[in-house]
Design a protein around this ligand. Structure first.
Ligand code: SF4
Length: 261
């Protein structure tokens, strides 16, 4: 794999990473544990300009803890739709402190766009796709604009369409790393226990997948974990992710599990 280009180089000369790079990285790290892989990737600067994009949702602590153990200076970006639960914001702050993450930032919707397209703040109630577009998709795209690669928390078990998620893949000219791609639910649960990680405060109240406050409700015992997202709407995805290559840490899944936002 060639040296990852920096921002301006990528803009002028094209993507820093190619599918061949992703293939080479997948081959190199076959059989290597997740934490060991992250340590090598960061130590050898194999990802170029990189960031974790996290929702600080119910499963986010696992990826964030792994990243913090590997290198707590790796940037972590939180996409704040300005419709988040207070509990999520408090959990985010507590988790950042607990894990010792040292380079965190927040992206929010463009105030001018909100004024023009969601002046009342109620767009979620009549056009959730449009609301997600201005509150999640656009800020997310802005957050990724200067990156060579980004780290997602998606897992194969989250969806029948996401089997065999590669650890490294190319998405819109960027390298996308899925460190938890081969983790199963039991792995996540075991990691929470082993590391004594705090749980999202809404999880105990039946919120097994937490998104924006207006669009998230608790689920009943035995119900699909994501049944509480956009309940009553024929909508299961927030649109952050490319068709056929969806999801970050929480947000673009068919009913099934915890995607990114
Ligand atoms: S999840 Fe709901 S409130 Fe959040 S951006 Fe999408 S439609 Fe808007």
């Amino acid at each position: 794999m060639g040296e990852p280009a920096r921002d301006i180089d990528r803009i002028e000369t094209g993507p820093a990473f190619t599918q061949a790079d992703a293939d080479a990285l997948n081959a190199r790290f076959t059989g290597v544990g997740t934490l060991d892989m992250l340590r090598v990737l960061f130590a050898e600067n194999l990802l170029g300009e990189v960031a974790v994009v996290s929702s600080f949702g119910t499963e986010s602590a696992v990826l964030l803890d792994l990243v913090a153990r590997a290198d707590p200076t790796v940037p972590v970006v939180f996409v704040d739709t300005l419709k988040m639960f207070e509990e999520t914001l408090a959990y985010r702050d507590a988790l950042i402190e607990r894990l010792g993450l040292r380079n965190t930032s927040v992206v929010q919707p463009d105030p001018a766009v909100l004024a023009a397209k969601d002046e009342t703040g109620l767009r979620w109630s009549y056009d959730p796709d449009g609301c997600c577009a201005i509150r999640k998709v656009e800020p997310m795209a802005r957050a990724k604009a200067g990156l060579d690669s980004w780290i997602s928390g998606r897992k194969a078990f989250q969806s029948v369409t996401r089997q065999d998620i590669p650890r490294f893949e190319i998405e819109e000219g960027r390298l996308k790393l899925n460190p938890l791609g081969d983790w199963v639910k039991a792995d996540l649960e075991a990691y929470f226990v082993e590391r004594d990680l705090p749980r999202h405060p809404l999880e105990a109240k039946g919120f097994l997948s937490v998104g924006c406050e207006p669009c998230t409700s608790p689920v009943a015992p035995g119900e699909d974990p994501r049944a509480g997202r956009w309940r009553g709407w024929d909508k299961t995805e927030c649109g952050i992710h490319s068709p056929g290559n969806a999801d970050a840490d929480d947000g673009a899944l068919p009913p099934g599990y915890e995607p990114f936002l």
